[in-house]
Design a protein around this ligand. Sequence first.
Ligand SMILES: [Zn+2]
Length: 299
Amino acid sequence: MTSSPLLLMQKRSRGLAGAVILMCLLGCSNALDLADGEYEVFALRYGRSRVKKEMVYQPLSTGEKRSGKLTFGWYVWLLKGNDRVILVDTGVVDQGLVKSWRIRDFVSSDSLLRRMDIVPWQVTDIILTHLHWDHAGNLGPYVQAKIWLQETEYKHAERTFASGVEQDAGMLLSDFQRLQKRSEAGYLNLVEGDLELYPGVSLRLIGDHTPGLQQVVVHTASGNVVLASDSSYLYDNTLREQPTGVAADYQKNLENLRKLNRLAASPWLVIPGHDPDVYTHFPRVTDGIVKITSESWAK
Ligand SMILES: [Zn+2]
């Protein structure tokens, strides 16, 4: 990396912060009293590890070297409000993968939720951004949740596993079979394209990282938050419009990165899939959990 994305964003966000403070002086509702269609958003970090830079960044045409490693955070996200508990992605439980990716401080998503006094059956909805093992690998505990996934992603997995392989394209057959069982039980909802799921929660079909990757746009007291998932691994991917090193469609990835910053209330609020700074920048709720809010960048 040639410049700190944090410094870059702090510079960019100062103007926006001033505008938000002024708007709040003119009449901002108390963040604790959620308005209709307003949600609280939390990032739950289930581990961290070192990964190759070449996975995070596509090699640049200038020939800039991408050797070495950098730190990855592993996350799921929680939306609370309007009598709903919505989990965005489920993380992983497969200990083989935790070991092979050398994920340190590993905690399953259901254990993290318990730290917020949420038990798995209270989760009303699960939005799966895509079917990679680190996002869709812990569906087991959430027995009551409606599941929302793009049909394109489901079909992609169906085609991938039709040949009888057990693991391919970042997905595990066992995760997909669990999803199929939920489908048979009537819990899976396949979405075709963009959708306002509930007032304040919208899904955007992007299809860059995987053919059916979807992002989530959430209305909060801080304005819109975009959960970009793996369209952007780090803030640096979005801010410097650097395509990720792993994508099913690199052109779509670049086009999406160019649009992302305009969709949220600030560049900080476009939450990348794996940036360790998310965990250190936002206010800590408890061990492993931070609240996504503009308060930290407004100061
Ligand atoms: Zn991921």
